[in-house]
Write a protein that binds this ligand. Sequence first.
Ligand code: PLP
Length: 354
Amino acid sequence: MTKAFQINTQLVTQSRLDQTDYNNLGFGKVFSDHMLVCDFKDGAWEKPQIIPFQNLSISPATNFIHYGQSIFEGLKAFLSTDGKVRIFRPEANARRMNISAKRLCMPEIPEEIFLEGLNELLNLDKKWIPTSEGSSMYIRPFMFSLDAEIRVRPSDTYRFMIILSPSGKYYSSPVKVLVERQYVRAARGGLGSAKTSANYAASLYPAKLAQQRGFDQLIWTDASEHQYIEEAGTMNFMFVINDTLITPALSDSILAGITRDSIITLAKEWGMKVEERNVSIDEVLKASENGTLKEAFGAGTAAVVSPIVVIHDNGKDYNLPAVEGRIFSARVAKELSEIKAGTKADSHNWVTVL
Ligand SMILES: Cc1ncc(COP(=O)(O)O)c(C=O)c1O
């Protein structure tokens, strides 16, 4: 890609890398030396800049704090054994960010600022990319409204940023999920298909109640009938019933996961029958009872594939087949991890290599 603009870069005087404990990274807790910042003013994006990672100084009246014009993305980069930086599907994240921007009445971020800015930032902080098994550089692009005025209206000014978080293995330990039949994460016509802070805020209280009862995640159901499966708080759901991969169809109340899309693409190529359609909770529970539900998992950037071992509904636990026997989940998780690492050919051009 030829660069359409120059990114002004201000380097740190002293890197924090030496003082970072790579044996205890956790997830999303440690941040690299630099960050990308790009402001929108007077109807146009200014030149992006890379500056040392630092706190922000903003007015207490800043629009996003009060009215929530705030969107974000999440993706990962890896360092392959040949020392190259590999980013998984960044174009898809740039596109999705602009879908979110439109729904939140925010300006679209030009894809070259998102993509070239990310490449440059990653190249600069390449030494921060962890290499132990299962670790990655978690990338967080985000945008928020900046006007300092207490009035409900779309802001005139915005800030786009990218920060990088070297992160350890995200434990994809098997999860117990509770079917949510009371609270709602997103309704038709709402914000569900945008990656915006409000959706996560809406999910916190019901998720906390579920955790207090011993469940790891919720199965959100549709807002009007609570009959059809939507998604989890940070993952899309997928089921293998008989030999068919079944997942709820996308709608404006579901986030269009990039992992979901990648898994569907691979499954189709492997000759598997794939159905994207309404999936009722009753269908899945019946399949569990009659033994045709072979696999159930969440799909998302953080854990990639999270096996579901228990679904709880109306006072009853439905125990799902042992994780060890799940052929499709294991195959797809391995394939994606090899494509990301560069040990398997990237026939879909999913990976940007720097
Ligand atoms: C609500 C929600 N659904 C689904 C996903 C999975 O999306 P992706 O595979 O792009 O990470 C995420 C994570 O980004 C999410 O936050």
